[in-house]
Design a protein around this ligand. Structure first.
Ligand SMILES: [Zn+2]
Length: 385
């Protein structure tokens, strides 16, 4: 996978785009190896190890990447991409019967009884044909799903060998979410002596500061320019790259600057931007934006994952008396369910028919991981009345 973050000496995650290329003082979040910032022409910017790449970063796939954020080919195979392109460019629907299985096209029956196909929202993304508003609606659930998967996987890895790796995966994904959520998307008009240009971008600072920098960037090319804000959209860092993809035909490259456009119909672009619904933050997103640690790191238990005070006490002190204190304690410990999986907290002592069990491997993990939580809830480790 592409490593997008390195860890600084003070433990902060530093994003690849916020530092220059070459050797860095940052380290790999997984293995602590020094990192080099790779910013070539061909591959997306990423960190490489200054030495042997660790197993965690060698993993294939997009584990910690934001879905449909910086690559819009949707990881289609060459064959699927070709077939989709032929349908889009040449109306050749010969392969649509199987493209439908990928959710890229959808069939319908015409009033004359013929079967025809349309591109779905997903199928429109590789061509940039999906509006910005619908793009948000398509991407948001994908981000949410990947987040939930990573969180669940991290919870299930509790006490296992992979625990540290899964927790870092979750942290890196949260860092990615935070980066797009704390960004404000802006769109400005730039009046130069040679005509009008438009610029898309994101910033976490007041727009006036950013505009002063833009003026400075453009000075060598156009001299003094007039800059007018046409809109800002909070928490919409997710859209910037899709916007560039959607309007790539109108891009006007100025030296090394790639965020400028010369549009022939600016009204259409403005209405595309203005149709985007204001971002409503979910509880998780608000938490991520505030820089809080994940529920896994904070050891937050759901109500149905909390034992009754008597069962917790019995787990802490496994004696016959404590297990018999109330009917059902044994059952509660034995049939414990963790993130949808049956994970008994106790098991019989092997080689005996003893009624008295001991903690299972997961029982040990649970006991160690959540003792502080029970203590915070004032469920003290002493015999309940
Ligand atoms: Zn590493």
């Amino acid at each position: 996978m592409y490593l997008p973050y390195g860890v600084s000496d003070d433990g902060q995650l530093i994003y690849i785009e916020s530092i220059g290329r070459g050797k860095t003082t940052l380290r790999c979040p997984y293995c602590n190896m020094p990192l080099i910032a790779r910013k070539g022409e061909r591959l997306a910017p990423h960190f490489a190890h200054d030495g042997k790449t660790c197993r965690e970063v060698k993993r294939s796939g997009e584990t910690v990447a934001l879905p449909v954020y910086d690559s819009f080919r949707l990881h289609l195979s060459g064959k699927a991409w070709d077939a989709l392109r032929r349908f889009h460019d040449e109306s050749d629907d010969g392969d649509c019967y199987w493209l439908e299985d990928y959710g890229l096209v959808k069939s319908f029956i015409t009033p004359y009884g013929n079967k025809r196909y349309n591109l779905t929202h997903k199928g429109k993304i590789p061509f940039g044909d999906l509006s910005l508003n619908l793009f948000n609606q398509f991407q948001e659930p994908l981000i949410r799903e990947r987040y939930e998967t990573l969180e669940r996987v991290a919870w299930l890895a509790l006490g296992q060998e992979s625990e540290a790796t899964k927790l870092i995966d979750l942290k890196l994904f949260r860092a990615q979410m935070r980066r797009i959520l704390e960004a404000t998307l802006y769109f400005v008009e730039v009046r130069t002596g040679e005509g009008v240009l438009h610029k898309i971008g994101v910033t976490t600072r007041p727009l006036e500061q950013r505009i002063a920098e833009i003026r400075h960037d453009l000075d060598p090319y156009f001299g003094t320019v007039e800059i007018l804000s046409l809109g800002t959209w909070m928490h919409r860092g997710n859209v910037e790259l899709y916007f560039k993809h959607r309007y790539r035909r109108f891009q006007r490259v100025i030296g090394r600057l790639t965020e400028y456009f010369a549009f022939d119909d600016i009204k259409r672009v403005l209405s595309d931007l203005r149709r985007m619904k204001a971002k409503e933050l979910t509880d998780i997103e608000r938490e991520v934006l505030n820089g809080e640690a994940s529920s896994v790191e904070r050891r937050i238990l759901q109500p149905d994952e909390m034992l009754s005070p008597e069962a917790w006490y019995a787990l802490c002190h496994l004696t016959k008396e404590n297990l018999d204190r109330r009917y059902g304690i044994w059952h509660e410990l034995h049939n414990f369910t963790w993130k949808g999986q049956h994970r008994s907290l106790i098991e019989p002592i092997p080689g005996t028919s003893s009624y008295l069990p001991r903690r299972s491997a997961f029982g040990e993990v649970y006991h160690a991981a959540f003792a502080a939580v029970y203590k915070r809830c004032s469920i003290e480790v002493e015999a309940p009345a």
